[in-house]
Design a protein around this ligand. Structure first.
Ligand code: SF4
Ligand code: SF4
Length: 288
């Protein structure tokens, strides 16, 4: 995947790389100008419309999620409102902010039409679908709030750079693959400082289940938000599973007092309290 842009001359159809050049002023004019080229790339032959209409409402091309940008935004916002507790909206917000800032920097450097350049970076290909749905995939994105903001920012910067200098309309997808590789590292960014005293956190209303079915962790980060000692129960569980007492010590598993908040909120129904207490006990044994 990482090599795809460098192989674009071989892998991509001609109309996707040979004409649109963003490392230059973008604007309107004759058929060789940016807007007209973009139209010819996206619309069926003989179909004409305003370039903004094409980018925002009627995209015709085969990138994943390359449907109408407006429809994607409406569905995305509705989903964020309904499931705001579990969706990592900070990634979307920082991605959109970084893309806007960096496309404006490119406008200052190369000139042309600022709005056209901005709309291109925000709405071309899968970009907007990626911002709302692919980039917020819980399994492949950071757990901490700071990690999520850095992730979204990096994604935006890489997207603009790839679209500008590699002539690769799918720059956002490649940028996402690269940023996904940084997730384990970003999980460590902005970890809350463990506190010795207990702070009662407000928990959502409980539900009674007759049988408890657990699933794999979906990396929502909820357990880290509710821990009354600001611990990272899921990272403690992972370190405990690997028998890594060095990391357990660093994550201060010894502070867990078994309140059970983490188990209570976990949508995957993982008994994090049990794992954390066992990790605490293992640290005690290691000391003796
Ligand atoms: S059981 Fe332990 S890790 Fe879980 S929320 Fe309570 S103190 Fe934190
Ligand atoms: S262990 Fe549960 S609460 Fe914690 S990140 Fe995974 S799914 Fe979310």
């Amino acid at each position: 995947m990482v090599l795809i842009p460098f192989l674009y001359e071989v892998l991509l159809p001609k109309d996707h790389f040979s004409m649109i050049n963003l490392a230059a002023p973008v604007g309107y004019g004759d058929p060789t100008f940016f807007a007209e080229t973009l139209q010819s790339c996206y619309l069926p032959a003989g179909y004409t419309s305003d370039v903004f209409w094409t980018l925002l409402v009627a995209k015709y091309h085969g990138w994943p999620g390359g449907a109408s940008s407006i429809a994607v935004i409406i569905v995305g916002i509705c989903l964020f409102i309904v499931a705001y507790k579990y969706i990592k909206w900070r990634i979307t917000a920082s991605y959109l902010a970084a893309t806007t800032v960096f496309s404006m920097i490119m406008y200052v450097v190369y000139g042309g039409d600022a709005l056209l350049r901005l709309c291109f970076h925000l709405f071309v290909g899968s970009s907007i679908f990626l911002a709302f749905f692919m980039a917020t995939d819980p399994a492949t994105t950071p757990l901490t709030y700071s990690g999520q903001c850095i992730f979204g920012f990096g994604l935006g910067v890489l997207t603009v750079l790839m679209q500008t200098y590699m002539n690769f309309l799918g720059g956002s997808i490649l940028a996402l693959v690269i940023m996904n590789l940084t997730s384990p590292l970003l999980d460590r960014a902005g970890l809350q400082k463990p506190i010795e005293e207990k702070v009662e956190k407000k928990l959502p209303k409980g539900k009674q289940f007759e049988t408890i079915k657990t699933t794999s962790c979906i990396r929502c980060g909820a357990c880290m938000v509710v821990c009354c000692h600001n611990l990272s129960p899921i990272l403690i569980k992972e370190a405990f599973d690997k028998g890594n007492s060095k990391v357990l010590k660093k994550l201060r598993a010894d502070l867990c007092d078994g309140c059970g908040n983490c188990t209570f909120v976990c949508p995957a129904r993982i008994d994090l309290r049990n794992f954390t207490l066992r990790a605490k006990a293992s640290l005690r044994t290691a000391k003796n």
